[in-house]
Structure formats: structure tokens, C-alpha cells
Design a protein around this ligand. Sequence first.
Ligand code: HEC
Length: 108
Amino acid sequence: MVVIIALLIILLVTVGGCTKPKPIDPLVQKGRTIYQAKCIVCHNADPKLAGALGPEVKGTSLELLKLRIKEGVYPQNYTPKRTTKLMAPMPELSDEDIKALHAYLNSP
Ligand code: HEC
């Protein structure tokens, strides 16, 4: 399974690299899909901007994403952008989902 996924990724990157100026990273794609499904109710569809309820989240670290999404807490010594506690933890998101979100939020 892993081999097939790896091959698919290589194929996508190679084919994408030939036909389009920028290859599409499947992890970034997946992250964008999750972000659009789960986050833009409150955060802006453009992660660089603040949303209806949530602050901008572009460039968020993996550690912050994991803690904030799974446990609803912040890394030690991290000053949250907001003092509110409106965002409920989403333990249903897997580590893979969060890695994908991280890739998307840190993509150019
Ligand atoms: C119910 C609305 C809501 C949803 C849905 C939501 N958020 Fe939030 N988020 C917020 C709010 C509001 C804050 C500010 C802190 C607080 O009030 O909890 C926040 C804070 C954050 C922070 C911390 C920002 C910082 O640096 O202080 C991150 C990261 C984050 N959200 C990511 C996400 C991601 C990724 C998703 C989707 C998986 C998501 N949020 C879904 C409302 C939401």
C-alpha cells in the first residue's frame, strides 16, 4: 500500500512537473480539502487572513496544530493569537490529517 502511494506520488510529481509549471503536492491537496471541510466555518478560506471567528493560521507549526486540534491546548511558551476558547478540539482528525493540514498551511 505504502509502495503504491509512493509510486503514485512520484507519478503525480513527474507528470505534474512536465505539464504544469508547479507540481501539485498530494499532501497539500489533502490538507486543503480538510481545511475547506472542517475549518472555514470559522477561519478564512484564505488562511493568510482572519476569518469570521478564528484568526489567520497561515504558517502554523505542526506542534501547534497537533496540540490545538487534538487537545485544545497550546505549546508551552506559545502566546495564542486570541484569548478566547471558542474552538473545540477535533480528536477525530488523524495525525495524517494534521500533517496534511500542516503541509497546506505552510505551502506557498
Ligand atoms: C468553531 C469555529 C472554529 C473551527 C471549526 C476551527 N477553528 Fe481554529 N480557532 C477558532 C477560534 C475562535 C480560535 C481562537 C482561539 C479560540 O477562541 O479557541 C482558533 C484558533 C486556532 C489556532 C491557533 C491560532 C494561534 O496561533 O493562536 C489554530 C492553529 C487553528 N485554530 C486551526 C484550526 C484548524 C486547522 C481548523 C480545522 C481543522 C480549525 N481551526 C477549526 C475557531 C475555529
